[in-house]
Design a protein around this ligand. Structure first.
Ligand code: ADP
Length: 714
């Protein structure tokens, strides 16, 4: 099917033709035949790299040209930015929904396409963003994540609510191949498009003892090194091909890149430039390893990397300079970085309490699907590594020839159900038990099986919790109402358990403890925690025995100690400990610190709202800590940070020169202030300082542009 024959705007045709895309891939043509342009719902479950994004883009542009508005849901923030770039163009206005969870972001209503994560969409729904009602086409990328244990329930409820709000909504679900696409299609009332077609042939095999075994053939691999995973790389590199290596942890990814660099020893000016960029973007020990490896043509890639470093790695790989990337599986789904050979080295994963477990077949397929660059490679190869002869057949059976798993709804879980029922009541989607039941009966959960009896019991249980914790009230006529606390918790997008914990603990305290507060937040189900390594235990024990009185929570569980470690990282950040020292002391990456800060910023913001209602005596303390978490500063910098334009670097510079408050700023030598801030900012900051302390400045006595502004990287 020719692109020219499709009812899409000319600008999009031009864009595709510039990319060399003139004809649809067969699965894409199937989508058109199944009603893509006549507003039919579709579930597109086709292999990785077979062109799902293009399907969505065509449908969205058609919808926009007919006056509609599109919402594109992605699973990861990092992917939101990628899609934003993919879809942006002169003719369409694209926006990304980010920002604090309790905002409506009404400005997003101006865009034709809004890209958002499912969590962000859920919070927009809870805050009743008006523009969501005007969304006429919903695209859900990676819709099989409805079955994901940690995020599936939110995705499911978001889809259900959007459909409820707008019965005319067209839905396009994009999915990897799964075991039971019919069930999902049925729920979505969608045409199901499946296909095994791939743009490049994929050969899947198992490496053992010097050869890759495929169905019916073999490929002998030279084995100059003792390690199989390096021989497989060198074999491809000799032919000028690139490799992606999937391993189970960040540490393994780094270790592999280091070893690969030693055997590849590739040199080029371009590689030196990428290495330089990376060294600048990531000054932690892990960043140094990355820069050194990239110099020799090897890299690693995981969610802990700062963005600029990640971009350098991706670009270096796309341009063919970087020969191999070792990656954790998290990014396999979204990473559009095909390579001649994909080596799936670690196909088992450690699960707490269970031990080593094979990864799901769906995940294997997403990794394997990255093999083969369209138009560049004659074929792609996905290779598993067997440890002994018997394992060869076992790997064929468990991965290569195995069917993909079925996906199941996650709404059967107690905490998920509580959370989402609260949202339904607090936002008025359901006003009594019958409406609640009616809504839930339309969920994927209910559609999947005959679960009605269980559903009824589970809803009852969750409701009792919400009523018992003061989040919902049941009026005489059976009307269900969110209390102000319930509405607040839902708007703040908190798990009901998190909100109750913060409220109950704050109410009980007599004095404030910053460490106690950080630890409390790290104990909640809404905060991620670092795993405790054997080497952390001594440190955590020490803190527990010496600073026990600062802690507010008493439960001595595994989470408790993991929360101590996580709170220590957060505290170090707030004490201005340099990032590389934090990484060294706690064995974490720079990206991990940012993840902690990001997560805690939201929880601190939520805590400030809860403290204001239930423990106003801590209002100020909580707000101060919120600012410290946000900026990574000691309490002593708070008066300066409050001024616009002053971040942690400038505040520290002023403070170290003895300028510690707005008053000090006004009484300091103007020349000194300009020396630190530059003339323009100095003038602005002095005006703010004067206003703050109620003084009127006739004139800001500043020397004209005679001082070169100090460079502050804020
Ligand atoms: P998926 O989302 O299915 O993994 P993508 O949509 O990212 O795959 O597409 C993979 C690559 O294929 C992209 O680089 C895209 O530009 C390219 N592509 C998509 N459709 C076509 C087509 N019809 N002809 C040529 N290339 C295409």
């Amino acid at each position: 099917m020719k692109i020219d024959s499709l009812p899409i705007p000319i600008s999009l045709r031009t864009k595709y033709s510039a990319l060399g895309i003139t004809e649809l891939y067969p699965p894409q043509a199937k989508c058109v035949e199944a009603g893509l342009f006549t507003r039919k719902n579709q579930l597109v479950a086709i292999p990785t790299a077979s062109g799902k994004t293009l399907v969505a883009e065509m449908a969205m542009q058609k919808e926009i040209s007919d006056g509609g508005k599109c919402l594109y849901i992605v699973p990861l923030k990092a992917l939101a930015a990628e899609k934003y770039e993919d879809f942006s163009g002169k003719e369409v206005k694209v926006g990304i929904a980010t920002g604090d969870p309790d905002q409506r972001d009404e400005y997003l209503g101006r865009y034709d396409i809004i890209v958002a994560t499912s969590e962000k969409t859920d919070s927009l729904l809870r805050n009743r963003a008006e523009w969501l009602k005007r969304v006429s086409l919903l695209v859900v990328d990676e819709i099989h994540l409805i079955g994901d244990p940690s995020r599936g329930a939110t995705l499911e409820m978001v889809i259900a609510k959007l459909r409820y709000q707008n019965p005319n909504l067209q839905i396009i679900g994009l999915s990897a191949t799964m075991g039971n696409p019919e069930e999902l299609a049925d729920w979505l009332n969608a045409a199901l498009v499946t296909s095994e077609w791939r743009p490049v042939d994929l050969r899947e095999g198992v490496y053992y003892n010097g050869a890759i075994h495929f169905h019916g053939s073999e490929r002998i691999v030279q084995t100059p090194k003792k390690d199989d995973d390096l021989n497989l790389l060198l074999d491809t590199a000799d032919e000028g091909g690139q490799c992606l290596v999937f391993v189970s942890s960040r540490r393994s990814a780094e270790a592999y890149a280091k070893r690969a660099a030693v055997v590849l020893k590739k040199k080029s000016e371009a590689l030196d430039l990428y290495a330089e960029k990376i060294a600048k973007a990531d000054t932690t020990p892990s960043g140094k390893v990355l820069a050194n490896s990239v110099k020799n043509g090897a890299a690693f890639h995981h969610a802990g990397l700062p963005r600029a470093a990640r971009e350098a790695v991706e670009e270096g790989f796309r341009k063919g300079e970087i020969q191999v990337i070792a990656s954790t599986p998290t990014l396999a789904a979204g990473l559009n970085l095909p390579a001649r050979r994909v080596i799936i080295r670690d196909y088992q994963r450690y699960e707490a309490g269970v031990g080593m477990n094979p990864i799901p077949v769906m995940e294997y397929r997403q990794m394997a699907g990255r093999a083969g660059r369209p138009r560049l490679d004659p074929y792609g190869e996905a290779v598993l590594i067997a440890k002994d002869r018997d394992a060869v057949d076992a790997l064929f059976e468990s991965f290569i020839d195995a069917p993909a798993e079925n996906i199941t709804s996650q709404c059967q879980k107690e905490n998920e159900l509580r959370n989402h029922l609260l949202a339904l009541i607090a936002t008025g989607f359901a006003k009594n038990r019958a409406e609640l039941d009616g809504f839930m009966e339309k969920s994927f959960y209910a559609s999947q099986k005959a679960v009605h009896r269980r559903l009824d019991r589970n809803i009852g249980k969750a409701l009792s919790y919400l009523i018992g914790s003061g989040m919902v009230t049941e009026e005489v006529g059976g009307e269900l109402l969110g209390t102000s606390f319930g509405i607040l918790a839902s708007r703040l997008y908190l798990d009901p358990e998190t909100a109750s914990l913060i409220r109950d603990v704050l109410e009980k305290q007599e004095t404030f403890s910053a460490f106690g507060m950080l630890h409390l937040l790290c104990m909640t189900p809404d905060m991620f925690r670092f795993y405790l390594k054997a080497s952390d235990e001594k440190l955590v024990d020490e803190v527990f025995s010496e600073r026990g009185d600062e802690l507010w929570c008493e439960e001595l569980s595994e989470e408790f100690f993991a929360a101590v470690k996580t709170a220590l990282v957060a505290e170090a950040w707030c004490e201005e400990v340099p990032e590389e020292v934090i990484c060294e002391n706690f064995g974490v990456g720079a990206g991990d610190i940012h993840a902690v800060v990001e997560n805690l910023r939201w929880l601190m913001h939520a805590s400030a709202r809860i403290a204001h209602e239930f423990a106003p005596r801590f209002d100020r303390d909580v707000r101060d800590l919120e600012i410290r978490v946000e900026n990574g500063v000691k309490a002593e910098l708070l008066p300066l940070i409050a001024l616009r334009g002053i971040g942690r670097v400038r505040a520290r510079r002023l403070f170290d020169r003895g300028i510690t408050t707005p008053e000090d700023l006004l009484s300091a030598e103007p020349k000194d202030v300009v020396g630190i801030l530059g003339a323009v900012l100095a003038k602005n900051v002095l005006e703010q300082a004067a206003k703050k302390i109620g003084r009127v400045l006739d004139e800001v006595p500043l020397p004209e542009e005679e001082v070169v502004p100090a460079k502050a990287s804020e």
